[in-house]
Design a protein around this ligand. Structure first.
Ligand code: HEM
Length: 268
């Protein structure tokens, strides 16, 4: 149900994060071309965001559990927003298994500075103010229906990007590598997930206090600032990977000869 009159919470979040969103949007789109040159770069981005989704989805489940003693009002909101097909941890796990193949990786505990700091931040703020989980769910799920669609489309156009695995066809590889942006619902029902989430938020937001709404808006801004830190850290990780892989250096040099990697990464 779209709200009439005063701005609904979703609109307020969008309005307050417009600048932060534009920054992140530019950062991601300008790096996507690089990430789609080699799946060993792209998968690092996936890993960073896998930690984010895993952390808030775990916190969410535990806040809703019978052993959690949070305010029943907030528990009801969290229960009503929760939607299994939206959960990204299982989808990210499939993508990671595909891209890493036989290379070991772990989503148990992050080892880089920003990933570790962001995971700790999410756990801390949500423990202090469980209603902040709403910021994470709204920002990261709604992102998939807008920017996520665009990223998925670009992935579909990338040449020689999806790694070969066990004789998979081109189409199977695309499916195996885009689970993050796919939802396990009947075809054509994806948009319903988005509208149901927004509808549930709109129906329930009236039970939040003014202070809680403000907290949610402030944390939404912090999410975009933290996304920037995660992306900047990915620049370092990817620079290192390219510099230490002779085959990748050659590939980058031939494909991006008009724009050196360092300049490319630091131009934004
Ligand atoms: C971590 C990265 C990103 C996050 C967290 C994010 C988050 C969001 C959110 C919360 C919305 C509002 C959705 C709604 O009202 O239903 C949105 C809208 C949008 N985003 Fe992103 N986004 C991200 C990256 C991107 C990227 C890379 C693009 C690339 C083009 C993009 C393009 C858009 C567009 C086109 C909209 C729709 C605006 C509208 O409906 O008026 N986003 N994003």
């Amino acid at each position: 149900m779209e709200q009439q009159g005063p701005l609904g919470l979703a609109q307020q979040i969008n309005a307050s994060t417009r600048e932060g969103h534009d920054v992140v949007n530019r950062l991601i789109m300008s790096r996507l071309a690089l990430g789609l040159q080699d799946h060993t770069l792209y998968r690092e981005g996936l890993l960073s965001f896998a930690f984010v989704f895993k952390t808030f989805e775990e916190e969410w489940a535990s806040l809703m559990s019978s052993s959690s003693n949070i305010d029943p009002r907030i528990k009801t909101i969290l229960q009503n927003l929760y939607s299994t097909p939206l959960l990204r941890t299982p989808q990210l796990t499939k993508d990671l298994l595909y891209y890493f193949g036989s290379t070991p990786f772990s989503t148990e505990a992050p080892t880089t500075i920003q990933r570790t700091a962001y995971v700790a931040h999410i756990r801390q703020v949500v423990a202090e103010k469980p209603h902040l989980l709403i910021s994470y769910a709204y920002i990261y799920y709604m992102a998939l229906f807008a920017g996520g669609k665009i990223v998925k489309y670009q992935m579909g156009k990338a040449k020689d990007f999806f790694p070969e695995r066990y004789g998979m066809t081109e189409e199977e590889r695309y499916t195996a590598g885009t689970n993050l942006f796919s939802f396990e619902v009947e075809q054509g029902k994806e948009e319903g997930l988005r509208t149901s989430f927004k509808g549930a938020l709109s129906d329930l937001e009236g039970t939040l206090t003014v202070e809680e709404r403000n907290d949610i808006i402030e944390e939404s801004k912090a999410i975009f600032a933290n996304n920037v830190l995660i992306i900047k850290e990915l620049d370092q990780i990817c620079s290192y990977l390219v510099a230490t892989s002779p085959s990748m250096s050659v590939k980058m040099a031939s494909r991006m000869s008009d724009r050196p990697l360092v300049e490319f990464i630091h131009s934004e």
